[in-house]
Design a protein around this ligand. Structure first.
Ligand SMILES: [Zn+2]
Ligand SMILES: [Zn+2]
Length: 241
């Protein structure tokens, strides 16, 4: 049943499921709409709406959804609701797989592949996410009442909290870095100024190799996708306007 559902149909179901989740439509009105305008059968329409709600809440869902539809839901959940919501959705789907396979009616290998793809994506973006949150907290602090900030500083612990994270790292190709540095020949490939200093360790000009399309976004680890940058330009690429 779910196999025959087209991308147009599950995309429409997603939009209605969001409305349902946010209280803008009811299960009945939403499934009627999907029936009439997108020829989804009533049961499937309701399943999508329920499953989406479970995904947002990180709870197991029981009604089956195709791997392609789940992939689309994950993508849209991250885009519209962010990484925490995606984390819940991946968790809910992982629980669904355990539930379904426990019934011994078959294996959900394709769906497990989708879950694993997004689990990896979540791990990779975790550090970037922490850094982004921190930068926002700095902005909030800058805008806070100075007296309140000073009071907080007085009361704050002088030793930072620690946190353990597991993470997926990219094993970069040293030849790509070497070839990029040779191409740059000691000059920043953005501002065309010489490297700011020579390295104590080997006496070579200090430049940082930057990936134009981030590896975390699927960029290639190739010399075509890299630039050798001075630290200022590198920071600007990541943080500048
Ligand atoms: Zn530069
Ligand atoms: Zn970079």
């Amino acid at each position: 049943m779910s196999r025959k559902i087209t991308k147009d149909q599950y995309a429409a179901a997603f939009a209605v499921a969001v409305d349902f989740y946010q209280g803008r439509t009811t299960l009945t009105a939403g499934s009627n709409y999907l029936c009439e305008t997108h020829s989804l059968n009533m049961a499937s329409a309701r399943d999508y709406m329920y499953d989406f709600k479970c995904m947002m809440n990180g709870q197991v869902f029981h009604r089956a959804m195709s791997a392609d539809a789940v992939d689309y839901f994950f993508f849209e959940i991250e885009r519209q609701f962010g990484l925490d919501a995606l984390r819940n959705a991946v968790q809910a789907t992982s629980l669904h797989i355990t539930y379904f396979e426990g019934l011994r009616r078959g294996k959900l290998n394709k769906l497990r592949g989708v879950v694993e793809k997004y689990q990896q994506h979540l791990e990779i973006t975790r550090y970037a996410d922490l850094e982004k949150t921190f930068q926002q907290q700095v902005v909030d602090s800058l805008q806070a009442n100075p007296e309140a900030r000073r009071q907080r500083l007085k009361a704050a612990s002088t030793k930072p909290k620690q946190m353990q994270v597991t993470s997926t790292v990219f094993i970069r190709n040293p030849d790509v870095v070497a070839e990029t540095l040779i191409r740059a020949n000691g000059v920043c490939e953005n501002c065309k100024q010489p490297a700011p200093f020579l390295k104590k360790s080997d006496g070579l000009p200090y430049l940082e190799v930057h990936h134009k399309t981030r590896l975390a976004d699927g960029g290639d680890d190739t010399v075509e996708n890299t630039l050798a940058l001075c630290p200022n330009c590198h920071r600007r690429f990541h943080f500048g306007l």
